[in-house]
Design a binder for this molecule. Structure first.
Ligand SMILES: *[C@@H]1O[C@H](CO)[C@@H](O)[C@H](O)[C@H]1NC(C)=O
Ligand SMILES: *[C@@H]1O[C@H](CO)[C@@H](O)[C@H](O)[C@H]1NC(C)=O
Ligand SMILES: [Fe+2]
Length: 255
């Protein structure tokens, strides 16, 4: 009896860990009639003091959830009109082929679908940093960064400069493209509003949201402070995980 109870406990614990370890973007590569709202892998207070609870709460539970509801409604509307073809592809594939979305739906799909996907990626690559550590990528990823930008510091400086330069609302991205020998060519790009690098044939592996809603409660107009704080919570293990995820062959069958 005791053994049974212990076994059940272990099974349940394992299940909870497995459920929690799902990254917010997982599932977006598959067709879904209704996309579900991804939980975060950390709590709303856990990114303090770099990202404050009030901001994270409204950003995830308000903005991100709002985009999910809107894209689900918009996809339903589009699919009622045309049930096959691109409308029945995954959200990742739809955003990748945004130019092929009927004009009538294109802007809404880009805004809401991009908003849902971009936020999933943004939240996925951060994690708590209670010890105030300086974190660096390792191994192959660091090698690719060295090759593409000269050094990690040069990469960081260039990314930061783009974040400060970006006018209005948008995102800064680190993207990968497969190059020879299984290595990646990396690039930094920015997008306006909720546009995605996927639409430009790039695979985003790290992103910074520079919309004012991402920092205004804490920093008001001081975007440089937001960028400086954000670097502290970037989690390079998660970046690597996202980089690997794009390489799963199953994800590209429909392309
Ligand atoms: C983290 O450490 C740096 C110096 O290494 C310091 O300037 C900063 O105030 C620290 N931040 C927190 C939140 O402890
Ligand atoms: C990346 O460059 C730094 C010097 O900027 C060097 O110390 C490090 O070993 C390099 N790492 C890789 C994996 O190339
Ligand atoms: Fe945002």
């Amino acid at each position: 009896m005791l053994l049974l109870r212990e076994t059940t406990f272990i099974l349940l614990t394992t299940l909870i860990v497995v459920v929690n370890s799902k990254a917010p973007y997982e599932g977006l590569e598959k067709f879904s009639e209704k996309y579900v709202f991804p939980e975060l892998e950390y709590g709303y207070t856990d990114l303090e003091p770099y990202i404050d609870e009030a901001t994270l709460r409204v950003h995830h539970g308000g903005h991100h959830k709002g985009y999910m509801k809107k894209i689900n409604a918009k996809l339903e509307e589009w699919r009622e009109e045309a049930s096959d073809g691109l409308s029945s592809a995954s959200l990742v594939d739809i955003i990748t082929s945004i130019d092929d979305v009927p004009i009538k739906y294109q802007k809404a799909v880009e805004d809401f679908g991009g908003g849902f996907l971009n936020h999933a990626l943004y939240f996925a690559v951060m994690s708590p940093n209670e010890a105030n550590e300086t974190r660096l990528p390792t191994d192959a990823l660091l090698g690719d960064i060295n090759d593409s930008f000269g050094s990690f510091q040069q990469f960081k400086d260039q990314f930061t400069a783009e974040a400060l330069k970006l006018f209005g609302s948008g995102y800064v991205w680190l993207n990968q493209e497969l190059s020879s020998g299984g290595r990646f060519l990396l690039s930094i790009t920015t997008t306006a509003n909720q546009e995605s690098p996927l639409s430009d044939g790039l695979q985003p592996i790290l992103t910074l949201d520079v919309w004012e809603h991402a920092y205004y409660l804490k920093h008001q107009l001081r975007r440089p402070k937001h960028v400086e704080d954000w670097w502290k919570v970037v989690d390079w293990t998660q970046v690597k995980k996202l980089s690997d995820w794009w390489q799963q062959p199953s994800k590209h069958e429909e392309l």
